[in-house]
Design a protein around this ligand. Structure first.
Ligand code: UD1
Ligand code: MG
Length: 409
């Protein structure tokens, strides 16, 4: 007998139902699991409420383990339908699952053991190994229109094209406008995983922000996949991404209910790494890593603005989240101390007098406070999530309107 394969509509419906179950399971399980993490001392003080009674109580940390585990279970059920339709993609898909699972585990060790910074960079590259080792997809990239004349002229390769050809495979006929990056592509994918995970982790520190930004990005990725499916018909890579994103949105919303201001739990590095790895995996297997980066604009800006502190050009305190003033009940940019005529270039950049004895920590969160004035924690979170939505909208604009001038799609 011929086995019937489910249609796209039935598959989508099944994924949505599973995602709803994921949401309910996560919401119900977080309150019971938080008792156990608290008992083992996996907890932290809410630094955004310092000086109040609330700020004295330890809050359970690392609750990202719940949505992570529920996500994996949901996905296993989704895969039953996916495997029936696309049996040839199962190797990739299982490698992807293993990478996410590995990252979840390493993220949890970070919450328990508090790895130093240099280790945090290594963890995601280790976790992305299952995906990179089994990756059989294309390793080619399209050269932007404006750069093609550098590589090819009148149907021949230029000297620069020849030079590049000694590292990567450059299409000699100039027909495809592709270059095959080979192992460099794998390196790029590994770096993408490192970036996505850490970028979410350092754009954090106020209630609801980690889970909130992940939710917005996931919705944007989902929208992108649905539009692609609408335009070109169901493709395995986009359907795979839809499946992951629906489950991810379900469990993230479940967690966000408990992490939204005033938070009763912290999501921990477990969640940040898990979310980042999920995005990296769909970007890699879905072949839309450039679009993915367009949805990460606030995180990219936050990373770039943070580099002086991350690379220790200026001091970087353990926590850079905003300072809370309990009397005014508002948040102000947090600062680090410096000498009166130290880092004058940085002070000039920010319009701060060169004899100032402290400088604001360089994060987008503090930058928002510097520009918009003191805000309450929940206002600040809403503002940052609005910024995330606007940036995703801008990302879409670039992807769908400007891309044709660069890649002639
Ligand atoms: C990253 C940031 C750090 C920021 C921290 C907050 C860098 C280089 N590191 O460090 O600046 O302070 O995340 O997540 O940018 N917390 C709150 N309210 C929240 C969330 C977290 O007070 O809404 C505090 C709690 O004390 C919690 C702790 O942050 O225990 C978690 O910090 P952790 O995730 O371990 O910090 P990092 O990821 O290392
Ligand atoms: Mg963290």
């Amino acid at each position: 007998a011929v086995e019937e394969t489910p249609t796209v509509a039935t598959q989508l419906l099944a994924y949505i139902l599973i995602a709803i179950v994921g949401y309910l399971l996560t919401t119900l399980m977080v309150p019971s699991i938080q008792v156990y993490t608290l008992r083992k001392g996996i907890c932290g003080k809410d630094l955004g409420k310092r000086g109040t009674l609330q700020g004295e109580q330890p809050l359970p940390e690392a609750l990202g383990i719940v949505p992570g585990a529920v996500f994996l279970v949901c996905l296993l059920f989704c895969l039953v339908g996916f495997a029936a339709t696309y049996p040839s993609r199962m190797l990739d898909v299982n490698a992807a699952l293993l990478s996410i699972c590995f990252m979840l585990f390493l993220g949890f060790t970070d919450d328990v053991l508090d790895w130093p910074w240099r280790y945090k960079l290594v963890l995601p590259s280790v976790a992305s190994l299952p995906l990179l080792c089994s990756y059989k997809g294309s390793t080619s990239v399209v050269v932007p229109l404006q750069l093609r004349s550098l590589l090819w002229k009148d149907g021949h390769m230029t000297a620069f094209g020849d030079f590049l050809g000694s590292f990567v495979i450059v299409d000699a006929q100039a027909t495809g406008a592709l270059i095959n990056l080979g192992y460099f592509y794998l390196l790029y994918m590994g770096l993408l995983a490192v970036f996505c995970t850490n970028a979410i982790n350092i754009f954090a520190g106020i209630n609801g922000l980690e889970a909130g930004q992940s939710y917005v990005i996931a919705c944007a990725v989902l929208l992108h996949n649905l539009m692609e499916i609408q335009r070109d018909g169901p493709a395995d890579n986009h359907l795979f991404s839809v499946m992951l994103m629906l489950c991810f949105i379900g469990v993230t919303l479940g967690l966000l209910r408990h992490n939204w201001y005033p938070a009763t739990v912290f999501v921990g590095d477990t969640f940040c790494y898990f979310a980042g790895m999920t995005f990296a995996v769909v970007g890699i297997l879905g072949h839309f890593s450039k679009t993915l980066l367009l949805l990460f604009i606030p995180q990219v800006i936050n990373f770039l603005w943070s580099t002086p502190q991350l690379f220790k050009l200026v001091p970087c305190p353990r926590h850079r989240l905003p300072r809370y003033d309990p009397t005014k009940q508002l948040m102000y940019p947090s600062t680090f101390p410096c000498e009166s005529h130290q880092y004058t270039w940085l002070k000039a950049l920010q319009g701060i007098p060169s004899n100032a004895q402290e400088l604001p920590n360089m994060t987008v969160i503090n930058l928002c406070l510097q520009v918009c004035g003191p805000l309450s924690e929940v206002q600040l979170c809403r503002l940052l999530l609005l910024l995330q939505c606007l940036c995703c909208g801008f990302g879409f604009l670039c992807r769908y309107c400007l891309a044709k001038y660069i890649f002639d799609e």
